[in-house]
Design a protein around this ligand. Structure first.
Ligand code: HEC
Ligand code: HEC
Length: 295
């Protein structure tokens, strides 16, 4: 009986692999370097840029809960993609005889997921859930063009990874503990963090503005933050605006804004958990001070 199940899984995976190869060969965007200056190359580069942007939003919505908003991994949920995949794991995979490119590897993993935990993942301490299957071709939720956008987004980290670790060695994330004392916040710097004019402590842009508009009532993915300094004080009895905003960022599932069903997916907030892993205590204090000032 177990033998049959095993053969079943094997056949399943071979079908996945075949479907994957067809998709890769039909890839919408070229795999080669886009460093030319001709009209075609410029257009292709602009197209790649748009694809990476679309991939970034798909990533935040579908992947950040397990791999962290910046690909830095979440213990027990998903491995580090940025930079571990590029600097460590793929070189190992290559050394063990894998014949494809890094791009094939990323795209294949996305298309088929890993319905069976790999030995490598088990050796990392294991993850509670499997990497889901994403392509509609094999029963997942995403279209081919969305898989391509996500692949382009993940591959874009390779350039960063090659430049060496960009996270400062003394970076200390504030994490998800909402009780650690915070320094005084600087609302002006918080505004710059929100607008991505300055980077957070781990040297990345905070993704807030991709989901939160400053226009009253405009829903991007989450609610508009116009007037949040006032709304926040009324959300949860006994919590000040600052306390509520802090909880929203470090622990999005503690309270879900009730106005809109799209704020929930699979019973969880569609706001990624783990944003505190990109921020220092000062970053968090500053962004809270900024949002609380939006009366
Ligand atoms: C439910 C948690 C979960 C979600 C959601 C998830 N992943 Fe994964 N991902 C994993 C796990 C666990 C692994 C390791 C699987 C293994 O090797 O068995 C993994 C592996 C990967 C790998 C291969 C890493 C390597 O070094 O081999 C890539 C690339 C990847 N995921 C990208 C994504 C992208 C892009 C998304 C969003 C479309 C996503 N994942 C969503 C859990 C998740
Ligand atoms: C992928 C989209 C997404 C990103 C990125 C995101 N959020 Fe959210 N956010 C949401 C959604 C959806 C909600 C509503 C559901 C909930 O309550 O968790 C929300 C709720 C909030 C709330 C409560 C709003 C209210 O009206 O009560 C605050 C405050 C907030 N987010 C701040 C932030 C900050 C600050 C960042 C960046 C550090 C951020 N968010 C990044 C999607 C996102």
């Amino acid at each position: 009986m177990t033998g049959k199940i095993f053969v079943g899984i094997l056949v399943f995976m071979i079908v996945f692999a075949a479907a994957g190869l067809v998709l890769i060969n039909e890839g919408v965007l070229p795999d080669q370097e886009l460093n030319g200056t001709g009209r075609m190359q410029i257009e292709a580069r602009a197209q790649l840029g748009r694809s990476i942007e679309a991939g970034a939003l798909l990533y935040l919505n579908n992947c950040a809960t397990c791999h962290g908003p910046n690909g830095d991994g979440i213990a027990g949920k998903g491995p580090v993609l940025n930079p571990g995949l590029f600097t460590q794991h793929f070189p190992e995979v290559k050394a063990s005889g894998y014949g494809g490119t890094l791009r094939d590897y990323v795209k294949m993993t996305l298309i088929a997921g890993r319905p069976v935990q790999s030995e490598w993942a088990a050796a990392q301490g294991g993850y509670a859930q499997r990497m889901p299957t994403w392509s509609q071709q094999v029963g997942g939720p995403l279209r081919d063009d969305q898989i391509t956008d996500l692949t382009n987004f993940v591959m874009n980290w390779e350039t960063e990874a090659a430049a060496g670790p960009s996270v400062p060695l003394d970076f200390k994330p504030v994490g998800s503990d909402t009780t650690t004392p915070l320094p005084a916040g600087d609302a002006a710097r918080g505004a710059d963090l929100f607008a991505q004019k300055v980077k957070a402590g781990n040297n990345s842009n905070l993704p807030c503005k991709a989901c939160h508009s400053l226009q009253p009532g405009q829903i991007l993915v989450g609610p508009s933050v116009a007037g949040i300094g006032t709304t926040a004080a009324a959300r949860e009895p006994g919590k000040s605006a600052e306390e509520y905003i802090r909880e929203s960022i470090q622990d999005p599932n503690a309270y879900i804004v009730p106005d809109n069903p799209t704020y929930l997916a699979g019973g969880k907030s569609t706001m990624p958990a783990g944003l505190g892993n990109s921020m220092t205590e000062q970053d968090l204090a500053d962004i809270i001070a900024y949002l609380a000032s939006l009366k």
